[in-house]
Design a protein around this ligand. Structure first.
Ligand code: AMP
Length: 193
């Protein structure tokens, strides 16, 4: 089993690259953002609670996303590996994920961190809003809030995994194919068979 965290700020291309990576490596894609949007669409109590926070650019509580990830791990017992996208977003989530994986006798193989400068991120989110229909992409104030939350709450997650020498920083600017190739090179270096 080989588990990957695709790490980076909102707009860094995690979703796009995740699609390519799961197709190539046969991994299960676990995006907490996608899971939360599904709950919102279905109008579940969890979805309604999350909606208010997401539309303000704030994080939903750790227990909520940890619970969703725990359920998804249990639901995929035979998986070749998991690709975590948009999770963990706090150090508490990272510690919880490590514990959950340990219970399944596995761990994180690598954290691939996409680096994109802030001007480019804003441009990408404005563009994405035209097709995604995501209210949290369309509003510039909400975007700013999401980048602030990323710096304050989520960047420490990279420092957490650096202690265990698991983080690889990669250039997330340029064309999608080149970025995909550099992600694959790093995975192939670490993954057995
Ligand atoms: P994303 O699609 O990953 O950009 O996530 C969209 C929004 O969902 C975020 O701005 C947060 O409000 C919420 N969200 C997604 N993943 C998490 C997480 N791991 N922890 C807390 N909130 C999350």
């Amino acid at each position: 089993m080989f588990n990957i965290i695709l790490f980076g700020p909102p707009g860094s291309g995690k979703g796009t690259q995740s699609e390519n990576l799961i197709a190539k490596y046969g991994l299960i894609h676990l995006s907490t953002g996608d899971l939360l949007r599904k709950e919102m669409k279905e109008g579940t109590p969890l979805g309604l609670e999350a909606k208010g926070l997401i539309e303000k650019g704030q994080l939903v509580p750790d227990e909520v996303v940890i619970g969703m990830i725990s359920a998804a791990l249990d639901a995929n017992p035979g998986a070749k590996g998991f690709l975590f996208d948009g999770f963990p977003r706090t150090v508490a989530q990272a510690e919880a994920l490590d514990r959950l994986l340990e219970l399944k006798k596995t761990s994180i193989g690598v954290v691939l961190a996409l680096q994109v400068n802030e001007d480019e991120l804003v441009k990408r989110l404005v563009n994405r809003a035209k097709t995604s229909g995501r209210l949290d992409d369309a509003d510039v104030e909400v975007q700013k809030k999401r980048q602030d939350v990323y710096k304050k709450e989520t960047l420490p997650v990279a420092a957490y995994y650096s202690q265990f020498d698991k983080v690889v920083n990669l250039n997330g600017e340029g064309n999608i194919e080149d970025i995909f190739a550099s992600l694959c090179t790093e995975i192939d270096k670490r993954k057995k068979n």
